[in-house]
Ligand binder design. Structure first.
Ligand SMILES: [Zn+2]
Length: 420
């Protein structure tokens, strides 16, 4: 991805640098050749050359670009889980994924970590974005997901003989788990996404208290992935599934819904980040009837919502790391609504706006393994910046309204917002 050349000075705004410290009023941010050279109070800012580009933050907020830590570029606002796998051919879903990536960038997300993708689309989307072929967040790719046979993600009936190969590699036993990871190594993914547990979406055979992989399978995934320098994460709702994942050596936990004290201790011991992706549950409860979700499914989402909120509070309070990402791409929580996750964590879970922004910037970048490159506004880091016409600490829901973005920048280049 190209960096800007020359100097840009952003002034007349409050600096929220992503580190969680107090905001700096009347601040300046200076970007030279795509990298931050100064972030701090205006009175200490260096003088910039007359030909520098100047951006007026209009008394609003200067903050790091947001990181979507659980992004499904190929989920295309489906109304039923089944549609994720077989509704359209891969050619069309690739185009939909490119449109979703562009939208995410316009929504202020300058980086995103894929939580799984149809075929290998996110791997190639990442290359296209890095090569400036199409706009989108800096991506970490996951490719196809891994799940046990008969588990949550194994829904196509055998008589159709179409398998689940578009979305999921199904495994029976550690040998098949190893072989699935080896396929993904060749595909070029960075994260291996697995399904240790079920979900409220499948109340009959794979609900949120059901295990979908054995510990042996999960351990085989981790040892193979780590050998090839890939990281492993998993959809973890059930208490035992969370602990299996942590004991197997997982590098992150998705959801962490029903974590108990023992699980929390395991999580904290290795400082494993967790991405709750929880607004999805509220959206499922509130808008489920409109999309004809069965009452049992909605009840399960209610339980998940309360359990997940409690676990997220526990983890943050105990000093654990949370990433903000939202499983967007279903009819009831479509792409474009990403920042609703942030408002939700303030209004429903009870975090402060500053805590949520730190999770959505610095922690997101750390989860991607790129904390040294972006996620905070500090000298030397990439100029991935969001300039907002509004005080996001007073009202975080300002971030839901992308018409209020003055600039969304990657490497100092304005990619979206009013100044684009
Ligand atoms: Zn997901």
């Amino acid at each position: 991805m190209k960096l800007a050349s020359g100097t840009t000075a952003i002034t007349n705004g409050t600096l929220v640098d992503g580190n969680g410290g107090p905001p700096v009023r009347d601040a300046a941010l200076v970007i030279r050749d795509g990298r931050i050279s100064f972030a701090g109070p205006m009175r200490e800012a260096p003088t910039v050359e007359p030909e520098a580009t100047r951006i007026d933050a209009r008394g609003g907020t200067i903050m790091p670009g947001l990181v979507e830590a659980h992004f499904h570029p190929t989920y295309f606002n489906v109304a039923a889980l089944e549609d994720l796998d077989i509704k359209y051919p891969v050619e069309y879903v690739t185009l939909l994924a490119a449109a979703n990536a562009k939208l995410a960038l316009e929504c202020g997300y300058t980086a995103a970590r894929s939580g799984g993708s149809l075929f290998n689309i996110d791997v190639w989307l990442k290359k296209a974005i890095e090569g400036d072929l199409c706009p989108g967040p800096r991506l970490a790719a996951s490719g196809r997901e891994i799940c046990g046979v008969g588990g949550l993600m194994d829904w196509n009936p055998d008589f159709r003989k179409i398998g689940m190969d578009g979305l999921v590699l199904l495994v029976n036993g550690p040998d098949e788990a190893r072989s699935a990871v080896r396929k993904l190594v060749k595909d070029g993914v960075e994260w291996v996404k697995t399904y240790p547990t079920g979900d409220a979406a499948a109340p009959d055979t794979n609900d949120h208290h059901t295990l979908c992989m054995t510990f042996e399978e999960m351990h085989a995934v981790v040892s193979t992935a780590h050998n090839h320098k890939l990281k492993v994460t998993g959809h973890c709702r059930a208490t035992e599934g969370i602990k299996n994942a942590l004991r197997a050596g997982y590098d992150a936990i998705e959801h962490g819904t029903f974590i108990d004290d023992e699980g929390l201790e395991l999580l904290l011991k290795r400082d494993v980040p967790c991405v709750p992706a929880l607004y999805f549950e509220l959206a499922s409860v509130e808008r489920g009837p409109e999309f004809r979700l069965p009452p049992r499914v909605i009840d399960g989402h209610k339980e998940t919502l309360e359990g997940g909120a409690e676990s997220a509070r526990k983890i943050l309070k105990a000093g654990g790391r949370l990433g903000m990402g939202g499983d967007f791409g279903f009819g009831w929580n479509p792409h474009g609504d990403y920042a609703r996750e942030l408002s939700f964590f303030v209004k429903y879970v009870g975090f402060s706006p500053l805590e949520v922004i730190t999770c959505a910037t610095r922690t997101g970048a750390q989860i991607m393994g790129r904390g040294a490159e972006f996620g905070t506004l500090e000298p030397g880091k990439l100029g991935d910046v969001l300039v907002v016409d509004g005080d996001v600490l007073a009202d975080i829901s300002v971030l839901e309204d992308r018409t209020r973005f003055i600039a969304v920048m990657q490497g100092g280049v304005v990619k979206a917002g009013q100044l684009k």
